[in-house]
Design a protein. Sequence first.
Length: 143
Amino acid sequence: MHSGERLAGSILLTFLGAACSSAPSSPSPGIPADQLLGTWSLVSLQPAREPEQPTAAGALYTLTFGSGNEYSTRAECTACSGTFALTGSTLSTGPVRLCASVNCQEMAFESRYKMLLTGDSTVALSTTTLQLSSARGVLRFTR
């Protein structure tokens, strides 16, 4: 993926929100939304056609799913919230309603994290692991 595409994905998440089609208010058969509820910590990310990159020691990247199809995410320099839909095993994030930044330099890892989180992803879930996969790449989380 070109850096311009990554930047566009990051800007889209931060300022405009992720593209989101009209989603049903309740998930269809597949992964029950209640299994997503709670906070997940990012273990690693892997942009398409790049090696896996572990989260730096001490860095805090979380993704929290709440009731009412709301989510929030925390990265080193930003905290955002929005809505999600789970249809079968497809997770759609967006639109972002609130995004706050602290006064720090956004790092490449954070930009990649936000880019990979934006849009539709296929969910692979166990009681302690969550994997979000798309053509953009893979995010791996644990509880």
